[in-house]
Design a protein around this ligand. Structure first.
Ligand code: SAH
Ligand code: SF4
Ligand code: F3S
Length: 472
């Protein structure tokens, strides 16, 4: 395992940036914080932890950037364009900062961790940089800005899980919520920056996960999505009971909280998802039959270069198990990367043929973006021309659209239990929600409310949505 890029205490001191202890828990109002999130669901969940920490230290929150005393961007570093977006956003803040020189602008999350002091140096208007494991320090860092120019904390931790912090739900529909069950990643996929930005894998204690899910249920939430980069490697040692809790054990405990609480999870790693998890999914009706199983490529040669540690055949075997244990209607989605180093037309054809084999319901598809410091950036040449990456990606997307159409069409004529999440985006005379397999269902409103389960007969579909009518 490669040493993670954390700064030692000595290195931090030599950076000449303050990290001053503040007045924890002070009651006086400390101004309003505006927070914007980018990247994966984990980052959005982290912003809810950050909000909780700041509110507990006397900060207010605002959705109106104009009235903010502090702007925080919770950033992503997964692809170059994710970072470009943040840099543009920061440039846009220049005007706000010149109007109000006391305005604090802070960068959190993965781009903060990756670039550390560079963001302060390159983007002159950034005052604060905090990595994903430094959020408890935010009140101190903000307070230090009253007397110092800049504040930074990018230490990565081996045990921080924020398990004891009750997230403040942001932009919530009041029905579905994300619950982080672990942090970091110990895999070393050669293309991926996450192990460097999020640090070592660690699992959150089960009791705090269950308590968060229970609180959510009591507040009216009806669906939780358990989050981790590789949920199948969840492992928590309950020293009191002398027990090791696996992901399958955790799933069962969350499912048992209440049959009316739906449970989803993301992301599963093909090397780790095992039949025990699949049988647990089959055992409980409220564990949704919906699996996100990123493949990244269908070519064994490329999978090997990516250090994904499974083969195309292994992946297909996992798909076979899913179909056997959970049936053909289990929703399966993927992530796929087009144009990884040395990928040739044969490799690309293997990716397309894997997609044909699986017939995914949904996919997130990307063209390869070299990330500085990753094994791929160090060892391989990013040698696929942009226009070839683009063309291959377009072929992957077109295939996915075709498969999504087939998979959605399969649902027409069936009856689905839908958890109502709110008004349809296109029409307020329609409600929308998700069915068991994770597909969005839109139907004309009757007397149901957000958070209700209703039975819907699917009558039509598009490639993205099922349309139907309530029949109960
Ligand atoms: N933990 C998850 C993925 C997290 S990152 C897993 O193991 O599958 C989300 C997705 O971004 C990845 O699945 C991958 O498809 C994509 N991705 C990661 N690094 C990338 C890169 N350098 N270029 C393009 N896509 C990338
Ligand atoms: Fe990245 Fe691989 Fe970890 Fe996923 S499993 S976060 S792709 S290193
Ligand atoms: Fe992006 Fe970090 Fe998530 S790099 S995808 S925000 S873990």
């Amino acid at each position: 395992m490669q040493e993670l890029k954390t700064l030692s205490k000595e290195e931090m001191q030599s950076l000449d940036v303050p990290r001053i202890s503040g007045n924890m828990g002070s009651e006086k109002s400390k101004g309003k914080v505006y927070i914007e999130s980018y990247g994966c669901q984990m980052n959005f969940a982290d912003s809810e932890v950050v909000t909780s920490i700041l509110m507990n230290h006397g900060y207010g929150t605002t959705d109106n950037i104009q009235e903010a005393d502090t702007i925080l961007l919770n950033t992503c570093a997964i692809r170059e364009n994710a970072e470009t977006k943040i840099r543009h956003r920061l440039k846009g803040f220049q005007a706000l900062k010149s109007k109000n020189p006391l305005l604090n602008i802070g960068i959190l999350g993965c781009m903060a961790e990756r670039l550390k002091t560079k963001l302060i140096e390159e983007e002159k208007i950034v005052d604060l940089v905090a990595g994903p494991d430094a959020y408890r320090d935010l009140p101190n860092l903000l307070e230090s800005l009253e007397s110092e120019d800049k504040a930074i904390n990018v230490f990565l931790s081996r045990d921080e899980t924020y398990g004891d912090i009750e997230p403040v739900r942001l932009h919530s529909n009041g029905v579905t919520a994300f619950v982080s069950i672990m942090r970091g990643c110990d895999n070393m996929c050669s293309f991926c920056v996450v192990p460097y930005t999020r640090g070592r894998e660690r699992s959150r204690d089960m009791a705090s996960i269950l308590s968060e899910c229970e609180t959510l249920f009591n507040e009216g939430y009806r669906e939780v999505t358990l989050l981790g980069q590789n949920v199948d490697s969840y492992k928590y040692e309950d020293s009191e009971k002398n027990q090791i809790i696996s992901f399958a054990n955790l799933l069962e405990q969350v499912a048992l909280l209440n049959p009316k609480l739906r449970v989803r999870f993301s992301t599963s790693h093909p090397k780790d998802i095992n039949d025990e998890v699949l049988y647990m999914m089959a055992k409980y009706d409220n564990i949704c039959k919906n699996i996100h199983l990123p493949a990244q490529s269908g070519s064994n040669r490329i999978l090997d270069l990516m250090k994904r540690t499974y083969t195309r055949e292994w992946y297909m075997d996992r798909i076979n198990s899913i179909r056997t244990i959970l049936g053909d209607t289990c929703g399966i989605s993927h992530d796929m990367i087009a144009g990884f180093c040395t990928e040739n037309e044969e490799d690309h054809a293997e990716t397309l043929s894997l997609m044909d084999y699986v017939q995914y319901d949904f996919g997130y598809m990307f063209s390869y973006s070299e990330r500085p410091g990753t094994p791929a950036a160090k060892k391989y040449i990013d040698d696929i021309p942009e226009e070839i990456k683009k063309r291959r990606l377009a072929e992957i997307i077109a295939k996915q659209r075709f498969h999504s159409g087939i998979r959605n069409q399969m649902m027409v004529g069936t009856q689905q239990i839908v958890l109502v999440e709110g008004d349809s985006k296109k029409s307020n005379s329609h409600h929308y929600g998700k069915c068991d397999s994770g597909k969005v269902v839109v139907f004309p409103k009757k007397n149901e409310q957000k958070g209700d389960y209703v039975l819907v007969k699917i009558t039509q579909c598009t490639t993205g949505t099922l349309l139907g009518e309530r029949i109960d």
